[in-house]
Structure formats: structure tokens, C-alpha cells
Design a protein around this ligand. Sequence first.
Ligand SMILES: Cc1cc2nc3c(=O)[nH]c(=O)nc-3n(C[C@H](O)[C@H](O)[C@H](O)COP(=O)(O)OP(=O)(O)OC[C@H]3O[C@@H](n4cnc5c(N)ncnc54)[C@H](O)[C@@H]3O)c2cc1C
Length: 319
Amino acid sequence: MKFFATIVGAGPAGLAAAVEFKAREINDIVVFEKGKDICSTIRRLYPDGKRVDKVYKGLELKSEGLCNFETESKEAFLKRMRHYVKKYQIPVQFNTRVENIEKLNDLFVVKSENLIISESFIVIIATGVFERPNMPSYPIPETVKDKVFFRLPNELPKNEKILVVGGGNSAAEIACLLSGVCHVSLSYRREKLFRINEENLKELEKRKDKIRFLLGTDIERLEPYKDQIKVIFKDGSSENFSKIFYCLGGSTPKDFLKRIGVEFINNRPKIDEFGESNIERIFLIGDIAVQKGSIMYAFNSAHKAVTRIIEKYIKIFRR
Ligand SMILES: Cc1cc2nc3c(=O)[nH]c(=O)nc-3n(C[C@H](O)[C@H](O)[C@H](O)COP(=O)(O)OP(=O)(O)OC[C@H]3O[C@@H](n4cnc5c(N)ncnc54)[C@H](O)[C@@H]3O)c2cc1C
């Protein structure tokens, strides 16, 4: 459970960072990947047979580290990445979405679904930029889209009838926040809220007269109704709300970074030339670190960050 480095994301950047550590015989590392296989973004967004260009969008970079490739097909590129995983015995834990990172004494505590999944001295964030909040399984009608939210808007609603959907910490936090100024109902498909930390449970308990708990309720579909949204539940009942806040897990990469305390300048995360953020020992590499990324950039930024980490931190860690 204790590691020198935790790497978040098994795309080109995260895997290249792991290769760079392993090649230098630094073995106490772990990679967490939310998908069921490596390189989720490439598998999901590249059409089959797509050419993977080494020079991408005019960005011509020479390989600086151990990972490299020449222009080839999507399938050949994925085979190459699988070869790296096998050759360097990269320890990837799949189906594990990192949701929070907190500092505790000298280590970072990395969490998924409120459980501690690793404690480590260094964290490398290589999540790319394509993460999105989870969506409901039913469509959201075009005409109600302006009343449906996946994060808090800048201006909070007042005196409105709100439905918060979800059973995790974000749902609890939004329900508590709005309960002082709106009529809030919290809909969750299970009978009990079980993915919530103690602090949020206490906050919910304090507001139990202000929040209407609709536990064990599953939404079937939404329909427009005058200037409201008609929510039709699977048991056949329905109710109208003025706004809905969905908190179904997942977040944009930017929200994730902000939540853990990474600072931004001009809408970009604040990092130094090696990818180290304002939080000492948290590094950002690959697409998440730049305006315009590419696979070669991901490989090279991993090399640069790992070289720096070893120079600056390995002795301190081993002392
Ligand atoms: C359609 C398309 C075509 C492209 N073509 C080219 C090309 O020809 N050549 C080129 O060089 N570049 C190309 N790119 C860009 C290239 O794909 C990216 O620059 C590269 O994938 C960046 O690598 P990365 O590791 O930073 O991020 P990603 O490849 O996005 O990998 C991030 C990984 O992190 C995982 N992850 C995200 N959040 C979490 C979390 N919270 N917890 C755990 N895991 C998480 C994701 O599932 C994913 O596996 C293309 C991009 C697109 C969309």
C-alpha cells in the first residue's frame, strides 16, 4: 500500500513514466487506470485502423526518453504499449478511478470511492484531458438542457425546487449547500447512502429536515413541462422540478486538479519545467500539463518528470 510513486492514468504519459521508473529499478510504484485496459483514450476515441502520427498537429519532437514510436496504425501502437507493460512489468490496477488525493504527514493518500488505495511520496497525474462527468443512461431533452447541471454554476439558484441525483460526496455536498436557499430533494437509486464520508453524513444529518430524501428511486426519463422538468420515476410516479443537479461520479480533469489544490494560471495548471505543480511532489505530465499535447510530448514529459523526481527526491525518500 505504501509506494514511492503513484501514477494516475495508464495512457501514453502514465505508462511512459512507469517505464522510466522501472528501467532505473525503482519498483515501488503503482499505476491506477479507470478503464479496463491501458490507453483508454486511444482505444475509445481513435477509429480502428487510424494512423497514429509521430508528428501530430505540427508538433515535431525527438524522443528524449525510453519510449518512442514511428507513425503506425492504432493497433500497432497499442501492441507497442502492451509490450512496454509486459517488458517492464508495469503494475497497473484497472477499473480504479482516482477521485481524491490528500496530504497526510509526509505522504499523499490516494483515494477511490472513499477508500485509500495507496499512500505515496510522489504522485504523477497523467489523466489526459478527455475525462467527463458520468451521464445518466436516459437522454436529456434538448429543451430542458439549460436546467440540468453536472457541476455547480457560478450563480447558485435561490428559492427553487431542486432535484439532486446521486449517492456520493458531491451529491451530499450540493444538496447541503443548496438546502439553505432552495427546496432540495435528493434522489438515489439505492435504499442507503453508502459512498459518503463521515463529515458529509454529519452535514446531511444536520439538514435532515431541509432535504427530502428520495432513496430507492430510479429515474426513467425526463420531459419538459412548462418552464420546469418533469421527472418520471421507474415506479410510474412523477414530479416537477425547476433544476436538476446530476452527481454521478467522474469529473473533468480541471475540476479534479482544482479539488486537490493544484493552482491555475491563465486557465492552465501552474507547473514548472519538469511538470511539478504548486503542491511539492505532485507532477503533471502528458496532455493534462499542456495546451497542445501529443504522444511524443507525453513520452518526453514523463521522462523529464521522472528524471527530476529521481534527482530531487529519491535520496530524501530513502533516508
Ligand atoms: C481522435 C484523436 C486522434 C489523435 N491522433 C494523434 C496522433 O496521430 N498522434 C499523436 O501524437 N497524438 C494524437 N492524439 C493526441 C494523443 O492521443 C494524446 O496527446 C495522448 O493520448 C496523451 O496521452 P496522455 O497519457 O496524456 O492522456 P490519455 O491518452 O488521455 O490517457 C489518460 C489515461 O488516464 C486515464 N484516467 C483518466 N482519469 C483517470 C482517473 N481519475 N483515475 C484513473 N485513470 C484515469 C484514462 O482512462 C486514460 O487511460 C489524438 C487525439 C485524439 C482525440
